[in-house]
Design a binder for this molecule. Sequence first.
Ligand code: RIB
Length: 299
Amino acid sequence: MSQEEHNSVVVVGSTMIDLISYSSRVPQAGETIVGDSFQMTFGGKGANQAVMASILGSQVGFINCLGKDVYGDSYRENLEKYDIDLTYLSEGESPTGVATILVEPDGTNRIVIVPGANFELTPKAAREGVLNFAPRVVVGQLEVSIDATLEAFLAAKEIGATTILNPAPATGITALPDGLLETTDWLIPNENEFQALSNEVVSESSIFSFVSGKKFSLIVTLGEEGVIFADQNRGLVTYPASKVDAIDTTGAGDAFVGAFAHGLDQGLDPGAAIMLGLDRATDSVTRKGTQISYMAKND
Ligand code: RIB
């Protein structure tokens, strides 16, 4: 296989069947409410990011584990439609992951994931996939085991690939293993994830102290406020997002990460890759769903 034929972005990440309910508000404990609409779609942070990078034109390889069930079969067909290399998409014993998502009229969401087979992805399989795909960019999140992500990033560094870690979800995580941070080139948390990892709310000073002495560059995504970029050498830059009427913000962060990964793969400078990510994330919130909200701009 020549260098040009290699998958240029590899995502080590999750697949979820998204069960999304849209309602005027979210229920309180013990309460049942009547929703306005529902859709069952293909999601999972990793797969969302892979789909966005592929839509934009990167050759994408995907490393993950699906359940041996009807959800797993239809998920595989979905990823095939996007022309994503599934050589390292295996089958586990647990069910395919699912996400229950509640969306309110202002587009904000609440998500519960049950990862299932996603956590059957082994460090060995993650490593083998990265080494054989030999990409320029490797992307990870926290919906598969940290050990698998770490092994993928160690392999990425062995072949000189750029690594992007989206530390999501960060629930229950107060710090990332040193090995993972040492092999991360770009760390992209949202506000909540930044707070979980730094134990501080987002501010110029908390961002500066978080990146101080670190090798990675940081991008904190702030929803409609845009993103803040910071690293040790280049200081801090805020990139605002365009104003739009958001109807569903689910998967917007993934749109950003996938488009940013594509930008780096194409050799854009970080600022241009950030702008591309913002453009795609902003566009995605104007439509319902996750992956299905990414397409329209290219139609
Ligand atoms: O970031 C959005 C994604 O988070 C959804 O697609 C859902 O599956 C959860 O993983």
